[in-house]
Design a protein around this ligand. Structure first.
Ligand code: IPD
Length: 314
């Protein structure tokens, strides 16, 4: 089974190599005279899609359909175009052709293709490639996660994740010592934005001490929004942020990232800190990733985890 997963990893890297130059070309020519043709309207003014998203997804989907007979495909733009995609137990490639489309449009360099594979609804292979920064993140379930350049062999020339700590990442006892990634997301309706802003305020300010008896409370070190779910997850996998919390992610935003984060020692739960099965996690749109799951004084109870602390700020 491992040899089979390794061959899928190689295929996913091949897809990243196909897509990378196309994404880069779009990124570098977006200010050309044709740029008026770039934007294709999707949801609201904060929910962007470009011709490049569609072009990259078409390219990748064609390759998967031709080379991986019997496998299913779920892609952001395919779903946006009205196709219903149901996650089944069959091997399923879940792809976001350009995650961080708003960044892509503005030239903010946190842009990546995200290629995940699920088998039995469990994410088992993840490849995330940011061609602007030439960062290739790869992982196979049980085989570790790596960061390399696109033309390097990830395991031989790449670096094992996380970068900043020994593996696995040691747990962090309190949110008051954490750097947290989050996003406003593209759904700007008040019933989505208001609770998010309140949670961010609680993190930035003092979160309520009466809800954490006996535990350290205070301000989080900071909040970062990179504008891309995959890049936030890869910041966590590298050991640069401690929590990524978001309500509103789709399966193509998180599938590859789940494998890489887990292989880097991170924990993936729903946005309230509950452990849910992978199928539910992928389609639930509520999402939280933390490094290490334990509290102060080595307390490993679920109540003590960063995830539980995140629950109280919401
Ligand atoms: C979005 C980005 C954004 C996140 C949204 C995603 P897209 O993906 O990752 O940061 O907040 O939840 O849907 O539209 O750029 O592919």
């Amino acid at each position: 089974a491992t040899a089979e997963l390794e061959s899928y990893l190689e295929f996913a890297i091949h897809l990243a190599k196909l897509a990378g130059p196309v994404i880069l070309e779009g990124f570098n020519t977006r200010f050309s005279p044709e740029r008026s043709a770039l934007l294709v309207k999707k949801g609201n003014t904060a929910d962007l899609v470009t011709e490049w998203d569609q072009k990259v997804e078409k390219l990748v989907r064609k390759e998967i359909t031709e080379k991986m007979k019997g496998h299913s495909f779920i892609g952001e733009e395919t779903v946006a175009a009205g196709e219903t995609c149901i996650l089944t137990d069959a091997p399923t490639w879940i792809v976001d052709p350009i995650d961080g489309t708003t960044n892509f449009v503005h030239g903010f360099p946190f842009v990546a293709i995200s290629i995940g594979l699920t088998i039995g609804q469990e994410p088992v292979v993840g490849v995330i490639y940011n061609p602007i920064l030439n960062q290739l993140f790869t992982a196979v379930k049980g085989q570790g996660a790596y960061l390399s350049k696109i033309d390097e062999n990830p395991r031989e020339q790449g670096r094992r994740l996380p970068l900043s700590y020994p593996h696995p990442a040691p747990p962090l006892p309190s949110l008051s010592m954490a750097l947290i990634a989050s996003e406003y997301g593209s759904d700007r309706s008040t019933d989505v934005i208001d609770p998010k802003v309140k949670s961010m305020r609680n993190l930035a300010s003092r979160y309520p001490s009466n809800l954490t008896p006996g535990r350290a409370v205070g301000h989080a070190h900071g909040i970062r929004c990179l504008g891309s779910a995959t890049m936030n997850m890869m910041a966590l996998a590298q050991g640069q942020v401690d929590v990524y919390w978001e309500v509103g992610c789709w399966e193509w935003d998180v599938c590859a990232g789940i494998v890489i984060v887990r292989e880097a020692g991170g924990i993936v739960v729903d946005s309230c800190g509950r452990k849910v099965n992978d199928g539910e996690l992928l389609i639930g749109r509520r999402f939280l990733v933390v490094r290490g799951c334990c509290g102060e004084d080595g307390d490993t109870s679920p109540e003590a985890s960063l995830a539980a602390q995140m629950k109280i700020v919401q």
